[in-house]
Design a protein around this ligand. Sequence first.
Ligand code: MN
Length: 269
Amino acid sequence: MANYIVGDIQGCFDELQALLKKVAFSVDHDTLWLAGDLVARGPKSLETLRFVKSLGGSAEVILGNHDLHLLAVSLGIHPVKAKDKTANILTAPDSEELLTWLRQQPLLAEHDEFVMCHAGISPQWDLDTARDAAREVEAILQSDDWRWLIANMYADQPNLWDSSLTGLARYRYIINAYTRMRFCDVQGHLDMACKLPPSQITNEQLMPWFLVPNRVQLEKTVLFGHWAALEGYQGQKVVGLDTGCVWGGCLTMLRWDDQRYFTQTALND
Ligand SMILES: [Mn+2]
């Protein structure tokens, strides 16, 4: 009965399988937690989606920016890019089934001791606010209005949470915080432009979201992916798990129950 958490897979299906083998993952007894971005850029996004869906209740999956982008591409809102290597998902016989399953996945998943999301938790949110925010957007993605939201989600503003935000402005902030956030300024405004590792930041006004001075302290550990340039991060109740497998790094898996890490270096395809 172990909980295994893995960062961004992005189609690195063979590396995921190698990790599961390494730990002798049991579909009947263990739970696999995946921190979003199952698809894009790596070689086997279709295989990854099919496999994770087949795990049913043994997998806890949350949505990343690439997962939402795939939904946008499926609607024709954005063109299919060859470099994403996701075109075969859209033409697969089970495409509809896979994409419907994907948009049923949450933005925030929860264990007694940790929460998991793709980019992070807004520094302005306590856990109750984070939960409510996730549930608001998830309800739309799971409804017939999902096309409207996906078509209109792309915008960098508003970049600061205000509980009085309504409609699209509110949803955009929630989606950006959960799936795209990396740096914030000292007041907690999200900065969507900078993708550098923190060590290369010369602008002292920017800091990783989890180091914003007045960030609300959460009672559970936050597990997140998305930020390959961090090359993994272990801070005070904050753990980054994206170690850039798709960029030639490795896939990282944390076994929560004994806090042991397992890694699989990128395999040549
Ligand atoms: Mn991402």
